[in-house]
Every structure is written in C-alpha cells, then in structure tokens.
Design a protein around this ligand. Structure first.
Ligand code: ATP
Ligand code: MG
Length: 400
C-alpha cells in the first residue's frame, strides 16, 4: 500500500479515548510520556484511564452529544473498545480525526459481520453459522459436532459464550444468549494459539509484530509469551495473514489478529481487535516499541517504531479472584522473582474473572520469561493457582 506524505499530530496536542479501561490507561500513560494531553469518555466515572486524563466525560458509548463534546476538545480520537455505537463514530469523525475509522470498527464490532467479511475476503476460518433460532443452533451442532455459540455484540473474556456438544443443548444456549441472533462456531481442535499485532499509520506505513504465544483458561487469557517458539514458516504465514487483513480493512492504529493453529497445522483466524490487545502487554517489557506507544505513533502519523524482540518476555493476567481469597495478594513475595514487574489498573471492586492487572517478566528465552512470571504468580496468589492453570505442565505447551 502506498505511503502518502505525513501530517503528524505533534506532542502538545490532545488525544481523546473512547473507552477508559486498562487499555486506554496504558496507552494514555505512553502518550503522556511523549508529551500529549489526554481526555477520555467512559460510562464509569471512576474508569481506569481517569487518573491519567485531564478530563473524563462520563457517558455511554451511544451518547452522540457527549462524543461531540469529546471530539471538540481533541486533535485525534481513538478507541480502546470496539463496542462504540456507529452514530458516535460518525459524529466524532465529522468533527476531528478518528483512528481507527468507522468502517473497520463497524465490521469488527459484530461477530457475525466480522466472520462474514473475513470469509468473503477469503481468509482462513473454522466453520461457522449465523443462527436466528434455537433450531439453527441445533442444526449447526448436528452438522459440525461440538460448537461454541457466541453473542454478536459485547462478549469478551469468554463472556456471552456457550459451549455445546449435543443438539438438545441448543434451547438452553439460545435462552442463555438472550434469544438473539448469535454466531455458532465449530469447536476447533487447537494445537496452540497465537496472535499477531499490526500497526498502520495514517500515511500507510505498516509494521508487523512477531507473533505472541497465548494460553487461555475457560475462555480468558492466562498467559502470553514472546517469542512464540513456533516454526519460521508459521511465523511468516501468520505475519502475512495479519498484514493482509489490516491492509484490506484499511485500518489506522492497531489490529490484533487472534489465531488458532490446528493439530494438522492449519492457521485459522479466531477474531480481530482494532485496538491494543491483552496478548501484547509484554511489548512494554521486551519489545523495542510497546503496543501503547505504537498506537500513539500510528494515530498521530509519526514514524512507526521497531517491533522486534529485544528480550524474551511474558505476562500472566491477574483476575479479581486473586483479591477474593482469604489471604491477600503476596506482592512482596511476587516481586522477589528477578525480572518481574507488577502492573495494576487501579480498579476498585475486584470481581471473579475481572482483569485487575498483570505480572510481566523478561528472561533469557521464552521458557525462562514464562517460568519467571508463573513463579511470581504462584507466590502472589497460592490460593488461585488451582483454578488458573498455571501449573508446571503448562510450560510444556511452548515446546510442543
Ligand atoms: P477475549 O476478549 O479474551 O479475546 P472473547 O470473549 O472475545 O475473548 P474468543 O476469542 O472468541 O472470546 O474465545 C476465547 C477463547 O476461547 C479462545 O482464545 C479459545 O481458547 C477458545 N475458543 C473460542 N472459540 C473457539 C472455537 N471455535 N474453537 C475452539 N476454541 C475456541
Ligand atoms: Mg478472543
């Protein structure tokens, strides 16, 4: 894709965020350190990005009036969540620069629309069905065997998903998903999961990150590590796939492409995210340019930074469960592991499954970085390791 002359938005300017969760917070911290001012719009007055912003507008993601207020104060607006009403995206884009723009976000924010777009473009996917009824879900299970039914909007961290293995479970799944149209995916025989992050600037420069190797427990990311310890040819295939999708979408900002690698070595797209991604939080530690700084560079049309791995690095997520144990988190023990850093998102109200922070580590290789961060986690929260799949055998995943 051609590179057009740059029109940079320079430090001193104000960046607006639609969404004020941890992704906004970490991007805002990077933007602050580069000299930008920050404003944020979020439904929660005490959102995680608030303390880093000069101004927080408390409003829903379908509040056009509030979005216009944000846009009127900002030189560029970005987003850290894709569930922004299209009217809000239009209203912001009419008043200031919006990156990523309405078109890619609109495609991605509906799981069915996203899958149909990927399929129409010829990108590799597992089998899926757009279901309009319990009957459609049952048919999908009959045809494809074990499936996962997913709500079209608003699901994250495995929420809004129901696993089925028999057609007679369809009625319960349909009602659990609110009796609304849903996506039904065949359950893929996953050998391992990877993601690839792509950054594209307003003038068309593209940078592709090395793949991250990711491990989920009950649909929630447990850990991620880079380098991914996969073959050079799989790295190449995954990077080419992610770059092609980003370019076809014409996205400006970041695109994370979540992939499954099957037991017979097929590379399938799981889903897309047009924003910073949990599987690249290690980029702050071991990569030359963190995903957060890269997003700022991309939307401000500055030269993109080097994505290469300078130190193998890994993260483990800290869910609310850690704070709900009888014993509080043993932070001083966790930080006694060399190479480990603690990241907390400043969220009050720990709930089971809620992302509250993460631990990161650098190491001599991927196995070492992952070993350190998991050891740190075990020291932090001995009570939750049982449910959280951070046992020693997990390490075998990255050499398999
Ligand atoms: P997140 O917000 O963490 O990305 P999500 O709620 O958007 O999660 P998905 O990415 O759809 O959910 O699924 C979460 C995890 O569940 C996947 O990373 C994978 O481990 C598993 N999973 C999802 N879909 C399938 C599938 N079709 N076959 C097998 N496993 C799947
Ligand atoms: Mg996902």
């Amino acid at each position: 894709m051609s590179v057009t002359p740059r029109t940079p938005i320079l430090p001193g300017a104000t960046i607006g965020f639609l969404g004020g969760g941890q992704l906004g917070r970490m991007t805002a911290l990077a933007a602050r350190s580069m000299g930008y001012d920050i404003q944020v719009l979020d439904p929660e007055a005490a959102c995680a990005t608030g303390p880093v912003a000069s101004r927080t507008i408390t409003a829903r993601f379908d509040d056009v009036h509030a979005a216009v207020e944000l846009a009127s104060q900002c030189d560029v607006v970005t987003l850290e969540i894709e569930q922004i009403h299209p009217d809000v995206l239009d209203a912001v884009a009419a008043r200031t620069t919006l990156h990523p723009g309405r078109a890619p976000v609109y495609i991605i924010q509906d799981r069915i629309r996203q899958k149909q777009w990927l399929s129409a473009q010829g990108f590799p996917l597992g089998a899926f069905v757009a279901a309009q009824s319990a009957h459609d879900i049952a048919e999908a299970v009959r045809q494809h065997g074990a499936c996962i039914a997913k709500s079209t909007h608003g699901g994250y961290d495995g929420r809004g998903q129901v696993r089925l293995s028999e057609p007679d479970q369809a009625a319960d799944a349909w009602s659990a998903l609110g009796e609304r149209e849903c996506l039904v995916e065949q359950r893929v025989q996953i050998a391992y999961e990877i993601s690839v992050l792509v950054a594209r600037s307003a003038s068309g420069q593209t940078v592709v990150y090395p793949p991250s190797r990711n491990h989920h427990t009950s649909g929630i990311l447990t850990w991620a590590v880079v380098p991914a310890v996969i073959s050079d040819s799989m790295t190449q295939r995954a990077q080419t796939l992610a770059r092609d999708i980003a370019e076809r979408l014409g996205i400006v900002g970041l695109l994370a492409v979540e992939c499954f690698v099957t037991r017979d070595d097929q590379l399938l797209v799981n889903e897309l995210a047009p924003r910073p991604h949990n599987t690249y939080h290690h980029s702050e530690r071991g990569l030359a340019t963190s995903q957060f700084e890269q997003l700022v560079r991309a939307i401000c049309d500055l030269p993109l930074g080097d994505p290469q791995v300078y130190a193998p690095s890994a993260i483990v997520n800290l869910l609310g469960d850690v704070w709900l144990q009888d014993t509080p988190p043993q932070i001083e023990h966790a930080l006694d592991v060399e190479g480990v850093r603690l990241h907390l998102y400043g969220k009050a109200g720990a709930r089971a499954g809620r992302k509250m922070g993460h631990l990161s580590a650098i190491g001599t290789d991927a196995q070492d970085a992952l070993g350190r961060v998991l050891e740190s986690y075990r020291r932090l929260s001995p009570g939750t390791t049982g449910s959280f799949d951070v046992h020693e055998p997990v390490l075998a995943h990255i050499t398999s």
